[in-house]
Every structure is written in C-alpha cells, then in structure tokens.
Design a protein. Structure first.
Length: 331
C-alpha cells in the first residue's frame, strides 16, 4: 500500500509569527489521498493556523491531490491562517502550472521567504456583512434586475457611479463582480445577484458596494488551443474544482470525462484539429453545483451530441460567433 509521510516541526519568524512546517514525502494521489487528508485534518484540529508544506520530497501529484490541497487552502483561510508551499519540485510545479493551480497557491522558494510573508501580517480582507438570500438575478430594490454589460473590464476596477450636482450619486452605475470580474450595470440601491456566478452584491444610496464572502472556490477562466492535448488539461482542472467543492470522487471523474469529451468533439468537429484556433472555457462553482461554459467559434455541436453526465445542458448562439455550451453538474 502506498504511504505518505509527514515530519512536522514548529518555527517562528523573526517578526514573531508562529508556523508549523511539514516535510511531506511520497505522492499525493488516489492511493494516498485518504491518509493525507487524515493527517491534515489532525493538524487543523490541533489548532494549527499557519502551515508550510515543504514539497521537496513529493514525487507526484495528480488533479485529485491538487483539488484537495485547494480545499485546505480554503480551510486554513477560514480559521484566519494560511497554507503555504515551499521547495516545489519542477515536475510537480509543471502539473500545477498546466492545471492553473499555481495561480491559486502561495508558493515560495525557501522557508525563510514563507516566514517573511507570515511575519508581514498579511491577512484576508474582512468579510462583508451577509445579506438575506434573494431570488436569482432579481434585486430586492428596485425591481429591475442588473444587466450584464457586453464587455469585461480589468480586475480591480471600482464602481463608477455618475455624480450629479451637489455630489449625489446618479444611477445606473457600473461595478465589477468580486468573484467572476464580470462588469455589471446596477440600476439603483438594493441587493443583487451577479447573473453570471450568483455572487451577492449590496449597493447603498451613495454607490458603495459590498460583496459578502463566499466559501466557494473562485471561478476559473481559460483559453486553450483547439487541440486534444489541452482538452485533457481542462478536464483535469474541472475534476479538481469539483473535488474542492465537495463533489464525490466518482461524480468528479464523470465531470472530467464529460468536459474532456465535449472539448474533444469540438476539436474534431468544429475546428478539425486546427490548433491555431481557441476554445474558451469558464468553470463556475455555485451553490447548486459546478457550471461550465464552453465557447467555440466553429460550426457547433447539437445538444444531443453531449454526454448525459451533465444534469442540465443548454446550447445557445454566441452573440459574436459560434456557440455557448452551458452544462450544470449538481452536487
């Protein structure tokens, strides 16, 4: 039976930050994932808040392992701590980069760099005050739903309400969703859901916005060449996100096969394996399950050609060119 080993020690940064360093030896995959989770859960139960994983002796990690690591990033963040990674071997880093997880992890070359980060007092932004649930897309007040603007704006853009004479805010105003970065047009003060990812948003009469924190992983958006090689990469990423959301491993594997199979059909039928063309993929974790939106600019596929693994399938024309395939995989 495959095994994974942890050697744990407690350290303190020059600034006084206390952290637990775990030197991990072995592979993190389907054969060791239960043992790995048992050890990680024990560390959390013991009150460890800042954990530094020394990855020097990690031989291999797959998408299931990466999805589990992402779950623990969220776990440590939830208790006001951090999960950091140091000395990641190049072959493990390659898998992280291929699946896009390097952008979701705090990775450092050496232990002192990770401790310096902890000692700097970096913390998560405070959560906004939660608001009462409302029906999807419909605001509490006024009765007009927010409209998705046709173009995205760069991350970090602040709301831009019009200011009338006397300094009063004039609606409608623009805001950027904190989860999916979709540009929204807000008709007035009230409580809203982003129609793209269902993130809640409240806007007061002065144009100030608040986005209550969510425990769901952030949406992931990628653009890949129309090639069978990259179909497998996106499929593994979808599986990893599903595992992170708490979807059972059998369904997560089914999601991987379904997403990968759909992209393969696009590559063969819509693009005729033309790797100079691109397929755009958006993976959105929601309260109902994992929603994937796959956009092609080719001839398109009929809904009947898509595997029944998805609980809901919609095929709609893209406003510019091609089609949008929206698939929902319920929890």
């Amino acid at each position: 039976m495959a095994a994974i080993d942890f050697k744990v020690r407690v350290v303190k940064s020059p600034q006084g930050a206390v952290a637990t360093v775990a030197e991990v030896t072995g592979s993190i995959d389907a054969t060791t994932i239960n043992q790995f989770q048992t050890i990680m859960d024990k560390l959390v139960q013991k009150g460890v808040k800042n954990l530094v994983l020394d990855c020097t002796n990690i031989k291999y990690i797959n998408s299931t392992g990466l999805g589990t690591l992402l779950k623990y990033v969220d776990t440590f963040s939830g208790v006001g701590g951090n999960l950091l990674f140091i000395r990641v071997p190049s072959k493990v880093m390659l898998v992280m980069e291929m699946l896009g997880f390097n952008a979701l992890f705090n990775i450092y070359e050496e232990e002192d760099e990770a401790l310096q980060f902890l000692g700097a007092g970096v913390t998560e932004a405070p959560e906004a005050t939660p608001v009462a649930p409302v029906a999807p897309v419909a605001p509490v007040t006024p009765s007009v739903a927010p409209r998705v603007a046709p173009q995205r704006v760069p991350s970090g853009v602040q709301p831009r309400p019009s200011v009338a004479a006397g300094g009063q805010v004039s609606f409608p105003m623009e805001a950027e969703c904190s989860r999916c970065h979709q540009k929204l047009e807000i008709p007035g003060a009230g409580t809203f859901r982003c129609p793209r990812c269902a993130q809640m948003c409240t806007v007061d009469g002065g144009g100030k916005t608040a986005f209550p924190a969510t425990r769901l992983p952030a949406p992931v958006e990628v653009s890949i060449p129309a090639s069978s090689t990259f179909a497998g990469v996106v499929a593994a990423l979808a599986e990893g996100i599903a595992v992170t959301m708490g979807i059972n491993s059998n369904k997560a594997q089914s999601i991987r096969d379904n997403v990968g199979g759909l992209i393969m059909k696009m590559v063969d039928s819509s693009y005729r394996a033309d790797a100079t063309s691109a397929i755009n993929v958006l993976l959105i974790p929601t309260d109902n399950g994992l929603r994937s939106e796959i956009v092609d600019n080719g001839t398109g596929l009929d809904a009947s050609a898509i595997s029944s693994a998805a609980d809901d399938v919609k095929v709609t024309p893209h406003p510019v060119k091609g089609n949008v395939y929206t698939l929902l995989y319920r929890r």
